[in-house]
Design a binder for this molecule. Structure first.
Ligand code: C5P
Length: 227
């Protein structure tokens, strides 16, 4: 079986990363969570006071982009790579509801996208990669052999994210999470640069009623056909 490039796009909390990690482990591929990169840039902007509840100093963030160094490092205990911002492990911080509430605004900035897309394409050069995000099949890897577009109802997605955050001890409410999911969907699908859309050749999977195991089997079959 030849090594291929797998692009998984879709709305927030559709289980993209769970599926992508499962596939990468099974196939011996590299997994890249592109959302983690947008989240890390957002954390940088928050730490430096460039973004907050009612302000966003885009220009200063753009001018500071060269100070941002991102890399992934594999954690054998967890079985996946964690995100590092300027050599600091930020895997936990980038999943907070605060970062989630600002990330789509940061992801609208073309200069940010340009920097991250370049790095993502570099990581994909060796093939044998599964990357998940919003523009992987449309912009990052338009020639990917397999493109999957995942959807689920907003309620299902908010409940999943809420359960995940609660399990981590976050004191967030379901309503906050539901609002965040809806806001991000809106910004992600309406932005001018690389909006979230299904690539013409992507295969759509609605997993509202699909178990993780059934979904995995279905996608694995698609991988076998594409390899
Ligand atoms: O995948 P995740 O939910 O962690 O992504 C966080 C946010 O990062 C998304 O809501 C979106 O605004 C942005 N993003 C993006 N393009 C990607 C991946 C994520 O714009 N390829």
């Amino acid at each position: 079986m030849k090594k291929i490039t797998i692009a998984i796009d879709g709305f927030s909390s559709t289980g993209k990363s769970t599926l992508a990690k499962q596939l990468a482990n099974h196939l011996g591929y590299v997994y890249v969570d592109s959302g983690a990169m947008y989240r890390a840039v957002t954390l940088f902007a928050m730490q430096n006071g460039y973004i907050g509840t009612d302000f966003f100093d885009k220009q200063t963030l753009i001018n500071s982009l060269h100070y941002i160094k991102l890399h992934f490092q594999f954690n054998g205990d967890l079985g996946f790579a964690e995100m590092y911002l300027n050599d600091v492990n930020v895997e936990k911080e980038i999943r907070s509801i605060e970062v989630s509430s600002f990330v789509s605004k940061v992801a609208e900035v073309s200069e940010v996208r340009l920097k991250l897309v370049e790095q993502q394409q570099e990581m994909g050069k060796k093939r044998g990669i599964v990357m998940d995000g919003r523009d992987i099949g449309t912009v990052v890897f338009p020639n990917a052999e397999l493109k999957v577009f995942m959807t689920a109802s907003p309620e299902t997605r908010a409940q999943r994210r809420f359960d995940e955050l609660q399990a981590k001890g976050d004191t967030v409410t379901y309503d906050e999470v539901f609002k965040n999911v809806q806001e991000r969907d809106y910004i992600d699908t309406h932005r001018a640069d690389s909006p979230l859309i299904k690539a013409a050749d992507a295969i759509e999977i609605d997993n509202s009623e699909l178990s993780k195991a059934a979904q995995f089997d279905k996608v694995l079959e698609l991988v076998q056909k594409a390899s």
